[in-house]
Design a protein around this ligand. Structure first.
Ligand SMILES: Nc1ncnc2c1ncn2[C@@H]1O[C@H](COP(=O)(O)OP(=O)(O)OP(=O)(O)O)[C@@H](O)[C@H]1O
Ligand SMILES: [Mg+2]
Length: 263
């Protein structure tokens, strides 16, 4: 296989609480490849969201990335100053957050969130062209009344709508890597199918995708490669076929036995 687009080695992220240290990630190795979907599966609290935030340099106190390297195009993101990291976010690596309400600014209009993504994408469009692209992307994630939504503020929209706007931002980013943290949880099945189709399309365009989901059906349907994480450690990895057909670890077998996902 080609060289990975993103190569993570020995990543360790700890939270220093008053009475103890939580080792949310402890020596994690992961490779993402262009044009492949890599799923990260694991129970609640296993470290999946901490992984995505660590990659983007968004871990806040009392947390800290204490060790490791994250190579993107031979540049170690952990060594980059915040100013350069800001350029990586959005332009090189886009993140669909698990909690859209925390990551959309409630008092910035939806269209201005999308303009910002388009500005960072390296392919900025002229205003009118951009608006028609935004309408197209919003309808592809199952939203109607797209002009009205563009003029809305996130605080005026439901959680499900905000989640779809986060996904639309991820689709618009044209980044080399897209991290999607539970992009379809709590959405209806039709919308979920529409979003998964868009992710497949991005994969076919050559983007490397890290897909975090509790839904084993989604992993089976979408992923090329699978990593299983438990308590901050990768316990198993392989192609989706290998992991689903012949899991090696007890933990993975337990996950796969649960019919309704992980929790
Ligand atoms: N800000 C924080 N302060 C202290 N501990 C934290 C913080 N953020 C995460 N953790 C801890 O790090 C561990 C991993 O959390 P993480 O959010 O990555 O889990 P997850 O795998 O995304 O779970 P879920 O499937 O529920 O989203 C947990 O033990 C969690 O309590
Ligand atoms: Mg999470």
């Amino acid at each position: 296989m080609d060289k990975p687009v993103l190569s993570i080695r020995g990543l360790s992220t700890y939270f220093y609480l008053k009475d103890r240290t939580v080792k949310a990630l402890d020596g994690v190795d992961i490779d993402l490849y262009s044009g492949r979907i890599t799923a990260l599966m694991g129970g609640s609290g296993s470290g999946k969201s901490v992984m995505s935030l660590s990659i983007l340099g968004l871990i806040e106190k009392p947390g800290r990335v204490v060790k490791g390297s994250i190579l993107l195009e031979n540049i170690d993101l952990l060594a980059l100053p915040e100013r350069d990291m800001r350029r990586v976010r959005g332009a090189k690596i886009a993140l669909i957050f698990q909690e859209p309400t925390n990551s959309l600014n409630p008092v910035i209009k939806v269209k201005d969130h999308l303009f910002e993504v388009n500005r960072r994408s390296g392919q900025p469009l002229e205003r009118r062209e951009a608006v028609s692209l935004f309408q197209d992307v919003l309808s592809r994630v199952g939203l109607r009344d797209t002009l009205k939504i563009l003029e809305s503020y996130p605080f005026e929209l439901s959680g499900g709508m905000c989640q779809r706007i986060m996904v639309a931002m991820g689709l618009l980013a044209h980044s080399a890597v897209l991290i999607a943290d539970e992009p379809t949880s709590s959405l209806d099945l039709t919308t979920q199918a529409a979003i998964l189709k868009e992710l497949s399309r991005l994969r076919d365009e050559g983007i490397g995708i890290l897909l975090i989901t509790h839904d084993l059906g989604v992993v089976a349907q979408m992923a090329d490669d699978v990593y299983v994480i438990n308590d901050g450690h990768i316990v198993e990895q392989g192609t989706v076929y290998e992991v689903f057909e012949a899991p090696q670890q007890e933990y993975t077998k337990l996950l796969l036995e649960k019919t309704h996902g992980i929790d």
